[in-house]
Structure formats: C-alpha cells, structure tokens
Design a protein around this ligand. Structure first.
Ligand code: HEC
Ligand code: HEC
Length: 209
C-alpha cells in the first residue's frame, strides 16, 4: 500500500467515525436538551444545591421512571417551583407538567443517564442528638426496604442518606397525611411514627454527608 492509499483509507475511516457519532448526537439531542432543563432545578448532574429540591443523580432508573409516571398521572403532589438558574430563571413549573412534557423514550433515556451519575450528599446542618435516636427508629422500622440508611439505589425506593432535609420533611408530611401514595407495608411502619420519631429520622438521614 503506498502512502497516498494509506492517507485515503485513514481519512475514509475518520469520515465514517464522524458520521456515526453525528448520527448518535442527533438522536440524543432532544434528551440532552431536556436533561439540561432538569439540571437547572436539580443541579448539575442532578446534585441539587437547593434544599427544597431533591438530588436525583444516582437514583435508580426504575425508581426515576416509576416516579415520573406517578407525576404524569397526578398521583403524587407537585410543588410549584421557580427555576433558580438557566434560561427560564424565575419561571414557575412543577413535576407533573414536566413529566407530561416528556415522551416515554425521553423519560427512559434521561433515567438511564441520571442513574449513572453519583448521588452527591447534601452539606447541611443536623442535630447529632436527634440523629442518634433516629438511627434506632430506622433500623427498627425502615431498614428492611431502605438498606444502609437508605443509601442504596438498588432498593428502587429513592435515596434517603444525604438527601436534603427540607425536601425529606415535605415528603414525610405528604406520606403521613396520605397525599403521596406508598407501599402498604411501608404505611404499616409509617403509622407507628410519632412527631419526634419523624424529626429524628430526618436528622439521621441528614447526618450522612
Ligand atoms: C422548576 C424546577 C424543576 C424542574 C425543571 C425539574 N424538577 Fe424534578 N423536582 C422539583 C421539585 C421541587 C421536586 C420535589 C417536590 C415535588 O415532588 O414536587 C422534584 C422532584 C423530582 C423527582 C423525585 C425525586 C425523589 O427522590 O422521589 C424526580 C425523579 C425528578 N424531580 C426528576 C426530574 C427530571 C427528570 C426533570 C427534567 C426532565 C426534572 N425533575 C425537572 C423541581 C424541578
Ligand atoms: C415494605 C418496604 C418499605 C418499608 C418498610 C419502608 N419503605 Fe420507604 N419506600 C419504599 C418504597 C418502595 C419507596 C418508593 C415509593 C414510591 O415509589 O413512591 C419508598 C420511599 C420512601 C421515601 C421517599 C424517598 C424520596 O426520594 O422521595 C421516604 C422518605 C421513605 N420511603 C421513608 C421511609 C421510612 C422513614 C420508613 C420507616 C418508618 C420506610 N420508608 C419504610 C419501601 C418501604
């Protein structure tokens, strides 16, 4: 093979590689744009810096897909929230509207992306005197389904360890007042909690940083 042929083959290879990556880019462009919009509320790669907005990077794909379906069907309460940053800064929307704007394929694509990101634990103030009894309550009532203080995405039950406490407080309130649906077996355990237990649990989850 002479030099000219080698050069020709090399450039042909590059052309093929670029056209393949071009095609891939085109097919993912829609999802990436939507994902950027998630990040404007949920933080870069889903690591939230807003205490009322949960971190979603590192949640399992099945949990995210199920959750988006729940929002889509208005089965879980949706808090109206302002975009804290980005081109829609100051504009309000909620998760029910956001979930309905995505196709099934986009939702799956986004869930797969988010599941590959690490879950970044929130740096927040907690009371160690509340976290201690919180751990005992967790181990007694919640551990069976939320392993390692709820740190394992494989439970397909969200991530509790290191999640933002104001978000957790809101969710516990929604569960305890019956606004957010939960598995029957979780409800049996939740019914056993008093106000102090609930507060202690939140400090326990917040203590993971
Ligand atoms: C305007 C801000 C905003 C945008 C944009 C937004 N979210 Fe949310 N998201 C929230 C808030 C606030 C909550 C928690 C309160 C609630 O349930 O309404 C939430 C909750 C969630 C949850 C539940 C987390 C859990 O642990 O159960 C998931 C999953 C989620 N969002 C995914 C997404 C995805 C995917 C996108 C982009 C397609 C997105 N969000 C866009 C504000 C936003
Ligand atoms: C029988 C299994 C089971 C038990 C026991 C259980 N949970 Fe859950 N939990 C789940 C599942 C499954 C989900 C996801 C629910 C959904 O899809 O909305 C969940 C979700 C949650 C969430 C929402 C996480 C998020 O990201 O929004 C919180 C908070 C929570 N559980 C707290 C508790 C606490 C506190 C206890 C103990 C008092 C408990 N759970 C006991 C199965 C359980």
């Amino acid at each position: 093979m002479n030099l000219h042929t080698k050069k020709y083959l090399a450039s042909l290879c590059l052309t093929v590689i670029f056209s393949i990556s071009g095609l891939v880019n085109v097919s993912f462009a829609g999802e990436f744009e939507e994902l950027e919009s998630c990040y404007h509320c949920h933080g870069e790669d889903g690591a939230s810096t807003e205490p009322e907005i949960p971190s979603i990077g590192g949640l399992s794909a099945p949990y995210i897909i199920d959750t988006m379906l729940t929002y889509r069907n208005d089965e879980r309460p949706c808090q109206e929230t302002e975009f804290p940053v980005g081109p829609r800064k100051g504009e309000k929307t909620d998760m029910c509207v956001t979930a309905r704007d995505l196709s099934e394929a986009q939702t799956e694509e986004i869930a797969e992306h988010l599941a590959k990101e690490p879950f970044v634990r929130a740096k927040q103030d907690f009371d160690p005197e509340k976290a201690k009894p919180g751990k005992i309550v967790h181990n007694r009532l919640c551990k069976k389904c939320h392993e390692d203080a709820g740190a394992s995405p494989d439970d397909d039950a969200g991530i509790l360890a290191g999640q933002w406490m104001p978000y957790m407080e809101q969710q516990m309130e929604e569960y305890l007042t019956g606004k957010r649906p939960m598995p029957k077996k979780m409800k049996i355990k939740m019914d056993k909690l008093d106000k102090t237990d609930t507060e202690n649990l939140i400090h326990y989850y917040g203590s993971f940083q």
